[in-house]
Write a protein that binds this ligand. Sequence first.
Ligand SMILES: Cc1cc2nc3c(=O)[nH]c(=O)nc-3n(C[C@H](O)[C@H](O)[C@H](O)COP(=O)(O)OP(=O)(O)OC[C@H]3O[C@@H](n4cnc5c(N)ncnc54)[C@H](O)[C@@H]3O)c2cc1C
Length: 413
Amino acid sequence: MTTPLPARPGAGLPDHPRFLWRNPEPRRGYDVVIVGGGGHGLATAHYLARNHGITNVAVLEKGWLGGGNLARNTTLVRSNYLWDASATIYEHSLKLWEGLEEDLGYPILFSQRGVLNLAHSEQDVRDSVRRVEANKLNGIDASWIGPDEIAKICPIVNLSDGIRYPVLGAAYQPRAGIAKHDYVGWGFARRADEAGIDLIQGCEVTGFVTGGDRVTGVRTSRGTIGAGQVLLCAAGNTTTLTDMLGLRTPVQSHPLQALVSELLEPVHPCIVMSNAVHVYVSQAHKGELVMGAGVDAYNGYGQRGSFHVIERQMSAAVELFPVFARAHLLRSWAGTVDVCPGPSPIVDRTPYGNLFLNCGWGTGGFKATPGIGWCLADTLANDKIHPYLEPFSLGRFVTGALVDEHGAAGVAH
Ligand SMILES: Cc1cc2nc3c(=O)[nH]c(=O)nc-3n(C[C@H](O)[C@H](O)[C@H](O)COP(=O)(O)OP(=O)(O)OC[C@H]3O[C@@H](n4cnc5c(N)ncnc54)[C@H](O)[C@@H]3O)c2cc1C
């Protein structure tokens, strides 16, 4: 007897349209110029049109839409951050994720399958419980669970106490999930294009035209384009742009890699993250195991990473999931991420009053995509930093009012 095949991922959802978006020539000028056609730039464009009726907007992308980190990330979406500032923006974003497919009219395969953040030491346990309690105070679904409960949620995790880092429990967020990252970008792009926003690919920003304390235009590989307001959403390339203006930002660019296995039957029901052994694993709709770890330590713009990082993350993955020991890796790749001390993002107005900076999302900005797009659109429309973004100012590196998620929650993706 043959076993029926599982439903095709996305079955029942609309097929891909033949037409995605126009490829317009750049005009002489726009009210708003967004630099970077990744998730953040495209989401901002969408919400400018949708929430504020602002459509005289261009998104300038040096390569192709989604060629940066947007379609290179491991697609984890969650909001269980420790500090109020982070929890607020990521939870705002998660709520938007929950209605995004309808909003965009496009399949994004958002699957809320829950995340387990494993604890392997007494200190891990204390930190995790603290984070769970902080999450609850912020209205975020979070609980602390022991090994028995972990076994029910994810039976393939190695819960033996004989391993080097035994699993003592986990912080659990059931509403966390994964989405299909390139579809997310295309969904935002299609909506923005439909609203009349120009998405201009193959258009690299190479300089700025300034007048006093304003940026009046951008120089590009396709000519100079005038701008009423400019928003930088260039992720790992941020400092190459801010250097052109003589602005110093505490951001470093690092390669961050990920890898996928061959296609497997559905075997892994949720997302498992472990900071102690440093690996995280989920299973994509198609069947690949999707795995990631930390950044390569050196600065660089290469979209590939070092072998020793893969080696470490593989040994961690196999210890946590012995069942995967004989799975084959299919491919690995990297993106260039913009790492900020903390690590929390920088979203602020620059000394050029009409130039706004959005960067420093490092290894975790995919999940923020709808939330940051919403808040940046509001910021541009009202010419005032959205309240959710105020804690992420550049000034915090002077005042010391940091949002230290790294030290606190120790979580990267
Ligand atoms: C391997 C990996 C795994 C990750 N995993 C996760 C995860 O699981 N969950 C999560 O939340 N986040 C994750 N991230 C981080 C996340 O991908 C990023 O924080 C986020 O995508 C950054 O926003 P973006 O999509 O706008 O960036 P990008 O897609 O990188 O967009 C920036 C764009 O700017 C363009 N650009 C740069 N310079 C110029 C210029 N001069 N002119 C014109 N255009 C320019 C680039 O070509 C690029 O397309 C991961 C990242 C990587 C690399």
